[in-house]
Design a protein around this ligand. Structure first.
Ligand SMILES: Cc1cc2nc3c(=O)[nH]c(=O)nc-3n(C[C@H](O)[C@H](O)[C@H](O)COP(=O)(O)OP(=O)(O)OC[C@H]3O[C@@H](n4cnc5c(N)ncnc54)[C@H](O)[C@@H]3O)c2cc1C
Length: 488
């Protein structure tokens, strides 16, 4: 009789080895090709390093940071208000690696053409391991072009917002601004009565004496993610109308600004990241851009955030494909590997095509961001394709994640596979910064303002007809184009 350990009734067979220790960039052939094609080929080696790094420990950190979500500490043990959020060590590890790889800063610090394409490839690689940390990374990245509307503020904050050494120690009351090597930036626009319609904001801005662009903000924000950021771009009602402000969490003299954390959201996904509700009780803030021009000022931040929603979703799709194909390559059913079962081949092919398309779109979009400063057509494409891409790619994300999860069968439904976390994360990119309908309306707005190389809603049928006539277009694309002509 062979010796068996107690309670062992069987050999474990036909289970799939863990998907670990892979290079998340090199494994992703469509991304490798797109990096060359879209002008970021010079970052190839960096992307390989990032791929190797994020395919190792960060996958475990992602699990740990989600199993140990952030905790709000409103008061200290003596009853003093502290308004702090405590994170697990794994969260700080993720943030530290992200900053060291310049996911938040590369296009703002590099003078090389193709820096957006390079950063997109790095971000799309890293965000496969975990999605939550990407929120403050994106907001910090996206804040820079908006902050540049106020050059003296940008000069003061940009060096720290683009710094690559993460400082996990909160800058506590009493410290000076120079204590901290790096800074992170969040955004606070959404209020209880409306998020899409920010013109309905009720937070009030009162100008302080002296005319130096200093204000006091009073009101609330219903969603304010990553509340441990050092700076927030906030919309509030000034006498001239909705205006954009820069609000530091800790004031220049080291005291805490009057920004109070009410509670943290209990969210569907994105649980490693803290999203808070806040109140501003006469909080000190500085003007960004012109009074009354808050929406056009913050739109730069919004646009770059929407770009990252596309990239982040493409990253999630890629991770779904990696897990589904890995599983199907090892798991056997009915005498064959799952990957060799014809129907499973169809499912995997559909998943791959959708993921590759999202990657190609994200990278092409990044190139438009690279070229927009000197090319009018790129500027039009950036404006239009950000809205279309944010709508389409992010809307497809949850369904894609579900199909990938199902490829793993019951194992995919279990938390340890990571697939439930991916599935729960996916709807966020569609909701955040312009939910589906809002993006659809934004496409019309872009067209009516002439973006898309002179496109207009009225000109859409002509454009669609042209696509429909292209011999190279797949039959399905031609059919959709014909449909668009009938019902523009
Ligand atoms: C996890 C998470 C983190 C977030 N973090 C932040 C943050 O850090 N800072 C911040 O400012 N916000 C944040 N948000 C808020 C987010 O940006 C808003 O939830 C989003 O913009 C939608 O606003 P709303 O929730 O008020 O929905 P509403 O504006 O009420 O919209 C509800 C629905 O109506 C649709 N709709 C709206 N207008 C129209 C229209 N004219 N025609 C047809 N349909 C329409 C929308 O598409 C949506 O589906 C966060 C949200 C989430 C879920």
């Amino acid at each position: 009789m062979p010796e068996r350990a107690p309670f062992t009734t069987h050999e474990v067979e036909n289970q799939v080895p863990p998907l670990e220790g892979r290079n998340l960039f090199e494994d992703n052939a469509p991304l490798v090709e797109a990096l060359e094609r879209e002008g970021g080929g010079w970052a190839r080696e960096r992307a390989r390093e990032v791929g190797a790094a994020w395919g190792a420990d960060p996958i475990r950190w992602g699990f740990e940071a989600n199993e140990n979500p952030p905790r709000l500490k409103t008061f200290d043990r003596y009853g003093n208000r502290i308004d702090e959020v405590e994170f697990h060590r794994a969260w700080h590890d993720l943030m530290g690696l992200a900053l060291s790889h310049e996911l938040h800063s590369l296009p703002w610090t590099s003078s090389r053409q193709g820096a957006h394409a390079a950063r997109t490839a790095l971000y799309l690689t890293a965000a496969q391991a975990e999605g939550g940390f990407a929120c403050p990374i994106t907001m910090t990245f996206a804040a820079i072009p908006a902050l540049r509307a106020q050059p003296e503020l940008a000069a003061r904050w940009e060096p720290r917002l683009t710094a690559t050494e993460y400082d996990p120690v909160l800058r506590r009351v009493g410290g000076s601004e120079s204590d901290k090597r790096c800074a992170l930036c969040g955004m606070a626009m959404t209020e209880k009565q409306g998020g899409s319609d920010v013109r309905a904001n009720t937070t009030v801005a009162r100008a302080l004496a002296g005319g130096r662009g200093e204000y006091e903000l009073t009101g609330h924000k219903w969603f304010c993610s990553a509340p441990m950021c050092d700076l927030f771009l906030v919309l509030a009602q000034a006498p001239e109308g909705i205006t954009c402000f820069a609000l530091p969490r800790i004031l220049p003299d080291g005291t805490r600004n009057a920004m109070h954390l009410q509670r943290l959201k209990d969210k569907l996904g994105n649980r490693s990241n803290a999203s808070s509700e806040i109140e501003l009780h006469g909080a000190w803030a500085q003007l960004v851009g012109e009074p009354g021009r808050g929406v056009p000022t913050i739109i730069e931040m919004v646009g770059h955030t929407r770009l990252d929603c596309v990239i982040g979703t493409a990253a999630g799709m890629r991770w779904g494909v990696a897990n589904a194909t890995w599983h199907a390559a090892y798991r056997r059913a009915f005498g064959k590997r799952l990957a060799d079962q014809p129907l499973m081949g169809n499912v995997l092919a559909d998943l791959c095509i959708e993921s590759e398309a999202a990657t190609a779109l994200a990278m092409r979009l990044a190139r438009a961001y690279d070229e927009a400063s000197h090319d009018e057509r790129a500027r039009d494409l950036k404006r239009l394709a950000t809205a279309v891409g944010k709508y389409w790619v992010c809307k497809r994300g949850p369904g894609h994640a579900f199909e990938a999860l199902e490829c793993l069968g019951g194992n995919g439904y279990v938390e340890e596979s990571g697939m439930p976390r991916l599935y729960r994360e996916m709807p966020l990119s569609s909701i955040w910064e312009g939910s589906g309908n809002v993006m659809a309306l934004d496409v019309l707005r872009a067209l009516s303002r002439g973006a898309g190389g002179g496109w207009s809603p009225a000109g859409l049928p002509r454009r669609a007809r042209r696509v429909g006539r292209r011999r190279s277009a797949a039959r399905r694309v031609r059919r959709v184009a014909a449909h668009a002509v009938r019902r523009p």
